[in-house]
Ligand binder design. Structure first.
Ligand code: NAG
Ligand code: NAG
Length: 378
C-alpha cells in the first residue's frame, strides 16, 4: 500500500522526531508558564528522550530493517483498513510516516463520507506532528461556527473577534481569546503586548523592524514578501503589514487556535509542520524569519534540511533571520555556527548572549540572533 525507500524512511523518522521534540518543548514551556515547580525536571526528561530517540536512529541505521517487515506487522495488528483510506491511496500517495501510526490514521479515516466530519481536529494535529503530512484528504464537511466576522479587521492588533473558533478542538481550560491573553501574555494572544513586539531595541538580540528595513534599504535590497516560520499568532506578519510587506506565517495549533487567530487578524496562516518542504517556489521570497520554535531541540540533520530549504526559497540577496535561536554555548561554536556557515551567507548581524531564564542557566544556553544575507548569485 505505502512504498518508500530506506533513506526516505530515515529522513521522515528524523523529521518526526523533530516535531515530537518540538511539541514536547512547547508542552514544557506551557507547563513552565503555569507553575514554576516542574521546570527543573522537564529539560532532563526531554534530554533523555532525545538520547533515546538518537540511539534508536543509530540502531535503525545499522540494522537497515526491511520495509516489508514493518508493513506486514502493521497490517496484522490492524486488520481493518477504513474503505476511504483504501480509495484515497489509489488517488494520491500518503506520507510514509503515517504508516508508523496506523491506529491514529485508521481512526482519522474512519468517518462517514458526505456527512459532517468527526470533531477530531486534535487527532489531525497529532498525526501531523508525528510527520504524517500531508494528511489524506477526506470526503466530509468540516465543522463551522455559527458566528463569523462581518467586517475587515480595522488593525491586525485589534481585539480578535470571539465566538469565531470551535473551542472544543482545544483541551485547554481557556475557551476565549480574552482568557488566553490573560493566561499567558507570552502566547501571543494579548494584543496590547503584541502591538509593541518587533519595534523596540532592548538588547543586542533584538532587531527592530525599522532597523531591518533600513539595513535592506542601504543594501539596495527590497523586502516585499517574507515567510515567518513558527510564527505563532502572526505578530511579525501584522507588524510588517503596517509596512506594506506581505508575510506568510507557518504555525501549528499546539493547544490553542493559532491558525484561526492569524486568519482573524487578516493575515495568512499556513498549517504546516517544521519538517515540511516550504510550500513556495524557489527564489521567490525576500526574507525568511525563524523564531525560537527553531532551536537546539531539532536534530541537526533535520535543521540542515530546513536551512537549505530556506536557501531554496530565498532570492539572491535575500535575508535569513534567526531570531533568538537558542542552544548550548558549546554547541553554538561546535555545531550550529559551522552549520550556518555551510550556507555561505554574509553575516549582517550576529549577536550572542546568555539565556538567563531557569532552564537557560541550568543548561548553559545562549541565544543567537543573526541576520544573514544570501549571495546575490551562485
Ligand atoms: C502603505 O501603503 C499605503 C497605501 O498605499 C500608504 O498610504 C502608506 O504610506 C504605506 N505605508 C508605508 C509604511 O509605506
Ligand atoms: C555567560 O555565561 C558564562 C558561563 O556561565 C559566563 O562565563 C559569562 O561571563 C556570561 N556572559 C555574560 C555576558 O554575562
Amino acid at each position: 500500500m505505502i512504498r518508500f525507500t530506506m533513506g526516505l524512511n530515515m529522513l521522515l523518522l528524523l523529521a518526526m522526531v523533530a516535531t515530537n521534540i518540538l511539541s514536547l518543548y512547547h508542552l514544557s514551556s506551557n507547563l513552565q508558564s503555569k507553575s514554576p515547580a516542574p521546570v527543573a525536571a522537564i529539560p532532563d526528561h526531554l534530554l533523555r528522550q532525545l538520547h533515546t530517540i538518537r540511539a534508536t536512529i543509530n540502531h535503525l541505521t545499522r540494522l537497515q530493517p526491511t520495509t516489508t517487515e514493518t508493513t506486514s506487522s502493521a497490517k496484522t495488528s490492524h486488520p481493518t483498513i477504513p474503505s476511504d483510506l483504501l480509495i484515497y491511496t489509489h488517488i494520491s500517495p500518503i506520507a510514509s510516516s503515517c504508516k508508523d501510526h496506523p491506529d491514529l490514521l485508521y481512526q482519522y479515516m474512519n468517518y462517514t463520507p458526505f456527512s459532517l466530519c468527526p470533531n477530531d481536529a486534535l487527532l489531525a494535529e497529532s498525526l501531523i506532528l508525528r510527520g504524517c503530512h500531508p494528511l489524506p484528504r477526506r470526503r466530509c464537511f468540516s465543522r463551522t461556527t455559527s458566528t463569523n466576522p462581518t467586517s475587515l479587521p480595522t488593525s491586525p492588533f485589534g481585539t480578535i473577534p470571539e465566538n469565531t473558533v470551535i473551542w472544543s478542538h482545544y483541551t485547554s481550560n481557556c475557551k476565549s481569546f480574552t482568557c488566553l491573553a490573560r493566561f499567558n501574555s507570552e502566547m501571543g494572544f494579548d494584543m496590547k503586548v503584541e502591538k509593541s513586539r518587533f519595534l523596540e531595541y532592548k538588547s543586542d538580540l533584538d532587531l527592530p523592524i525599522s532597523q531591518l528595513l533600513q539595513l535592506s534599504k542601504s543594501a539596495k535590497s527590497v523586502i516585499r514578501l517574507a515567510l515567518d516560520i513558527g510564527g505563532g499568532t502572526g505578530t511579525f506578519a501584522a507588524q510588517m503589514k503596517l509596512q506594506n510587506v506581505t508575510v506568510i506565517t507557518t504555525t501549528m495549533n499546539l493547544g490553542a487556535p493559532y491558525n484561526e487567530a492569524v486568519a482573524l487578524r487578516g493575515l495568512v496562516p499556513l498549517h504546516v509542520p517544521l519538517q515540511q518542504r516550504l510550500p513556495v517556489f524557489d527564489g521567490v521570497v525576500d526574507l525568511v524569519r525563524c523564531g525560537h520554535a527553531v532551536n537546539r531541540w531539532i536534530p541537526v540533520a533535520t535543521m540542515e534540511f530546513l536551512f537549505f530549504d530556506v536557501d531554496r526559497v530565498l532570492r539572491g540577496g535575500g535575508y535569513f533571520w534567526l531570531d533568538h535561536f537558542f542552544s548550548k554555548r558549546m554547541d553554538l561554536d561546535k555545531v550550529f555556527t559551522p552549520l550556518i556557515g555551510k550556507l555561505g551567507y554574509k553575516k549582517v548581524k550576529w549577536a550572542v548572549a546568555n539565556k538567563t531564564d531557569t532552564s537557560g542557566l541550568k543548561n548553559w544556553e545562549v541565544y543567537l540572533t543573526a541576520l544573514l544575507q544570501k549571495p546575490v548569485s551562485r
